[in-house]
Design a binder for this molecule. Structure first.
Ligand SMILES: *[C@@H]1O[C@H](CO)[C@@H](O)[C@H](O)[C@H]1NC(C)=O
Ligand SMILES: *[C@@H]1O[C@H](CO)[C@@H](O)[C@H](O)[C@H]1NC(C)=O
Ligand SMILES: *[C@@H]1O[C@H](CO)[C@@H](O)[C@H](O)[C@H]1NC(C)=O
Length: 182
């Protein structure tokens, strides 16, 4: 690996003189896809935006299905390697949770996205075991190379039990990050 990885304080920035960037997620949301009714059975839960909450959740139950949606802004340069850092979960039902990472379209807004506006369509690109202690590190170079208009959107889905993470709104530094070499 010819690039050196620098941790930057900036929200997103390029390491000077080196071909690496640490890119914090620029928008993130939980999206519900289920038939459950909320607000005393008056509103489909899936129609309620959750993007501005402090947490992100992926959950797969008999009736419930929540997915984590992430958006990254990519540098102009051609990508050599691209690594997704999944932070340690804030809550997880098991010590290790398997998740899948899929690419999806960029046509969504953090404040409004919900299961009625966001199509489920996604191309699976990777899977990883997320540990409570360390999170996970996932090579998604192909997905970054295939991104268009310098935007990358990902669904992160649990394959089994519930898992939650800090969202951008939490104010935590432990959010989803792309380590981007170019
Ligand atoms: C929920 O709906 C039921 C049935 O319409 C009603 O009796 C009850 O008062 C409602 N509860 C709230 C908190 O609105
Ligand atoms: C996660 O761990 C399980 C159990 O060890 C293993 O079967 C599975 O292949 C692992 N998944 C990934 C993506 O590494
Ligand atoms: C690659 O990009 C094309 C065009 O944007 C898209 O349709 C396809 O889903 C992408 N594939 C992956 C694996 O990201």
């Amino acid at each position: 690996m010819k690039a050196v990885f620098f941790v930057l304080n900036a929200l997103a920035g390029l390491a000077m003189g080196d071909c690496a960037a640490r890119l914090r997620v620029t928008r993130d949301a939980t999206v519900g896809f289920n038939g459950i009714m909320c607000n005393n059975d008056t509103v489909p839960c899936s129609s309620i935006p959750q993007g501005l909450q402090n947490t992100l959740m992926s959950f797969r139950g008999n009736r419930d299905y929540e997915r984590i949606l992430l958006g990254f802004d990519l540098p102009l340069n051609n990508v050599q390697k691209c690594i997704l850092h999944i932070p340690p979960p804030t809550e997880a039902a098991a010590d290790t949770t398997e998740v899948t990472v899929s690419t999806t379209d960029n046509i969504w807004d953090e404040a409004t996205v919900n299961g009625f506006t966001k199509p489920l369509n996604a191309d699976r690109v990777a899977a990883a075991n997320v540990t409570k202690e360390n999170g996970a590190v996932v090579d998604i170079t192909h997905a970054c190379a295939n991104a268009s208009n310098h935007k990358l959107s990902l669904f992160v889905d649990t394959t089994s039990s519930m898992i939650t993470f800090n969202s951008l709104q939490s104010g935590s530094s432990d959010v989803f990050v792309l380590e981007y070499f170019f």
